[in-house]
Structures are given as structure tokens and as C-alpha cells.
Design a protein around this ligand. Structure first.
Ligand code: PEP
Length: 253
């Protein structure tokens, strides 16, 4: 199995003004000028994308959008398309975050259209999947993960899937301070890897980077990031503080 370069991605959600965003990325860039063998990504709100892309031109920090519409253009008031997100300077896009599923009624079918729109616009999707606490307690984790992968990746061909990033984010661990136990995380990551291997073959399954997300912070990142099938982290709250984000990046080394 070849070594996968880890990813640490910060999801800023609906936080930070443009000036605060600049201050945060400067804190990361100058606080950690040489991050080593790790891909670092930040996901600012739409409005900050062009400013961030311009500001980070010379930096190792990559940029993701937090969402996109599945059409490239049209009468969809208030939305942004993949074409616009790419034009604004993003190279990645978060798709199917549990907050989008929960508050904006995104179904796996919509998410599948967004995954296709990402590839169509040369954006690398970060597909978020994960179960709720009730689903875990009912013993439905594999069924939920299986369905989110099967429908989310419907008709996505192997060469595109090989570039995919998946974030396993148990909904009960997001923004709650509750982190999944290392054993629970590794079990689901292995399940995702096996599902990808069954659908696309071992080479593609080996290439896909599978991140963990859910209350990752400096005190737990090392333990989580050294698990065999964990290739990085999608970080919410702790990505808003440069020192914490830097500590998490360092724990990949
Ligand atoms: C997230 O928003 O994807 C996330 C994992 O948030 P937090 O780290 O705050 O739990």
C-alpha cells in the first residue's frame, strides 16, 4: 500500500469577517512556515473565497468552498455554483456536511448531483458522511455509511473516485466536544475503505484519503491521526484558532 499524504482541513462554517480570516491564515502560515508532508486546507465562507485565494497565492494553504449548487448556472437565488466557486479560487469543496443535511434538507441524491458538479468543475469534493447517535444506538452504522456512499457516489467513475476525499463525521461528535473512540473511528474508516474496494477495486480504495471529523483538537489529534485508515482530519471549532490548528497539523508528522 502506498503512503497517502495526510490532509488537515479547517471548516470555518459561518464564522470570521474577511479581515479576521486574513489574520487567521497569517497566524497559520507564519506560525508554521514549513508544514512538512501534509496538505493543509481552509474552507472559508463563500464571500471570503476570492480574497483568501488572492491572499494565499504564495502559501501552502489550499482553499475549499463549504458548499456548491449542483447546477452550473441558473435561477437559484442565493446559491453559488461549482463554476463560480472554482472561478473564486477554490480547488476543493465540502459536500454533504451534516449541517447541510440537517438544516438544508440535503439528501444523498442531491449530494450525488453536487459530487458530479464538483468533478465537472475541476473541484476535488470532500464528501462528508456519518451516522446520528440514534442510528448508532440502533446498530445501523454500516447500513447508513453504505447508503451514503452508494447513493453519494452513484455513477462516479473510478478515475474520478480516486481523487475523492471522504470525511467520516459522526453527527453526534460534531461541535459537541464528544470525540469518537479510536476503535470506533478505525472500524468505520476500514468499512469505508472496504466499500470503496468492492465498488472500485483496491487501487482506487487505497488512493482515497479518508479524514475523521468531530471535535478534533490538539489533545486528541495524535491518537486519531495515527490510526491506520485515518488520513487526516476535518476540523471545525479548533480550526478557528491558529495555535490549535497548527498543533493538529503537526500531529500528522
Ligand atoms: C465540522 O464542522 O466538520 C466539525 C468536525 O466540527 P468540530 O470539529 O467543531 O466538531
Amino acid at each position: 500500500m502506498r503512503k497517502r499524504i495526510p490532509i488537515i482541513a479547517g471548516n470555518w462554517k459561518m464564522h470570521l469577517t474577511a479581515a479576521e480570516a486574513v489574520q487567521l491564515v497569517d497566524g497559520i502560515h507564519y506560525g508554521l512556515p514549513f508544514p512538512g508532508d501534509v496538505d493543509v486546507i481552509v474552507a472559508p465562507p463563500f464571500l471570503s473565497l476570492p480574497g483568501m485565494a488572492n491572499h494565499l497565492r504564495e502559501s501552502y494553504i489550499g482553499i475549499a468552498a463549504q458548499n456548491l449548487h449542483f447546477e452550473d448556472q441558473g435561477a437559484f437565488t442565493g446559491e453559488c455554483s461549482g463554476k463560480q466557486v472554482k472561478d473564486a479560487g477554490a480547488d476543493y469543496v465540502i459536500v454533504g456536511h451534516s449541517e447541510r443535511r440537517q438544516y438544508f434538507a440535503e439528501t444523498d441524491e442531491i449530494i450525488n448531483k453536487k459530487i458530479k458538479a464538483s468533478y465537472r468543475n475541476s473541484l476535488v469534493p470532500i464528501l462528508c458522511i456519518g451516522e446520528t447517535l440514534e442510528e448508532r444506538e440502533r446498530g445501523e452504522v454500516s447500513a447508513i455509511i453504505g447508503r451514503q456512499l452508494a447513493v453519494g457516489l452513484l455513477d462516479v467513475p473510478g478515475p474520478e473516485a480516486a481523487r475523492l476525499i471522504i470525511a467520516y463525521e459522526p453527527v453526534w461528535a460534531i461541535g459537541t466536544g464528544k470525540t469518537a473512540l479510536p476503535g470506533q473511528v478505525e472500524d468505520v474508516h476500514r468499512l469505508i475503505r472496504v466499500s470503496l474496494a468492492l465498488k472500485y477495486g483496491g487501487l482506487v480504495a487505497d488512493a482515497v484519503r479518508i479524514l475523521y471529523g468531530g471535535s478534533v483538537k490538539p489533545s486528541n489529534s495524535k491518537e486519531l491521526l495515527t490510526l491506520p485508515n485515518v488520513d487526516g482530519a476535518l476540523v471545525g471549532g479548533a480550526s478557528l484558532k491558529a495555535p490549535d490548528f497548527i498543533e493538529i497539523i503537526k500531529s500528522t508528522g
